[in-house]
Design a binder for this molecule. Structure first.
Ligand code: ATP
Length: 318
């Protein structure tokens, strides 16, 4: 008997760790408007996922379906290995909504106490204080939230999302009301969560922010997944940026043979194909010199997430 229990425990221990989020085939229509149309993705434990896409792409609707705040027309959700509707899973998830509003008559400390009680988790007062300090509200803990600026209320929302020791945090535009210093604070906070192996979904229009902290990105467009991959996969395309003069039609042809060519004045950019071999760069430079081109600089580069996002949304080929 004991042997079979041991074997069963070993079997469970050997199972691969469940994902923080797994969703498949999520769909939602509002009257004649399709908001989300067959969205599937996974977020690993401790992974920071950026959710990007234009206004109305369906990002908030996806987030609300993950959290059970909007009922999907189709599709399934698992949070931390349990069905999305299971209260045991939800208690381990922190959430900052896009439109945040907290009870104005409560102090910041009382808002946190209320949320830990709702999550049915005991968090020592000292830890709650640390949580407020982490979002820069240590000095305002005893003040009523109704007297806070919008940015300060968003910081309260971040503390609420973090206070119950979540294993997954979902942040819907967490820096929309924050000043540049506040944005930098959130960036540090996300990196700290990553270190603590807390999984994060970050919906943000601030692409630089996403590029700095996210491991992976899902791009939504018109309710569908337009791209899903690690930053390395999405930004794998590299470029050669050159300053040239004396570019003859033959030299231009040679540049275009190396990749997609754009130019403005004396600045030439070749977007290299995915199978490009770095060993070919000296050949290109030698050929250009042989064709009489004066080469002032050659700089390797990588496209930014913003350029990639715009390319995907405009339907450019990778
Ligand atoms: N409660 C609702 N009733 C009707 N339509 C809705 C509702 N919520 C969202 N929609 C529609 O669903 C689509 C997706 O909206 P959603 O808020 O998910 O987009 P989003 O990507 O989060 O946009 P944004 O970047 O502007 O916040 C939009 O066309 C929107 O009008």
């Amino acid at each position: 008997m004991t042997a079979s229990i041991d074997a069963a425990q070993q079997l469970v221990a050997d199972l691969p760790a469940t994902a923080a989020v797994w969703c498949s085939g999520l769909r939602k229509r509002y009257r004649r408007q399709t908001a989300v149309d067959g969205v599937s993705f996974t977020v690993g434990r401790g992974e920071v996922l950026g959710l990007l896409g234009p206004n109305g792409a369906g990002k908030t609707t996806v987030i609300k379906m993950l959290l059970g705040l909007v009922r999907p027309d189709a599709g399934e959700v698992l949070l931390l290995g349990r069905p999305g509707a299971d209260p045991r899973a939800r208690a381990r998830v922190g959430y900052l909504p896009e439109l945040f509003r907290y009870q104005p008559w409560l102090t910041a400390t009382e808002v946190l106490m209320l949320h830990t009680r709702l999550a049915r988790i005991t968090v020592p007062a000292e830890e709650q204080r640390q949580c407020l300090a982490m979002v820069g509200l240590a000095d305002r803990a005893g003040d009523r939230v109704g007297s806070f600026s919008k940015g300060m209320q968003q910081r309260v929302g971040l503390a609420v999302a973090l206070v119950a020791r979540p294993e997954l945090v979902i942040l819907d535009e967490p820096t929309s009301a924050l000043d540049p210093l506040g944005r930098a604070d959130v960036r540090d906070l996300l990196l700290e969560l990553k270190e603590r192996q807390v999984a994060v979904i970050l919906n943000s229009h601030l692409i630089g922010e996403v590029e700095r902290v996210c491991d992976r990105v899902v791009i939504l467009d018109k309710g569908r997944v337009a791209a899903d991959g690690t930053l390395a996969e999405l930004l794998g395309q590299r470029e050669l940026r050159m300053r040239l003069d004396g570019v003859t039609p033959e030299a231009r042809e040679r540049l275009a043979a190396a990749g997609r060519l754009t130019n403005q004045g004396d600045a030439y950019t070749v977007t290299l194909p995915p199978d490009h071999d770095d060993a070919h760069v000296p050949d290109l430079v030698a050929d250009l010199a042989g064709l009489g081109v004066r080469i002032h600089s050659v700089e390797p580069g990588r496209i930014s997430l913003e350029e990639r996002l715009l390319g995907i949304l405009r339907g450019d080929q990778a």
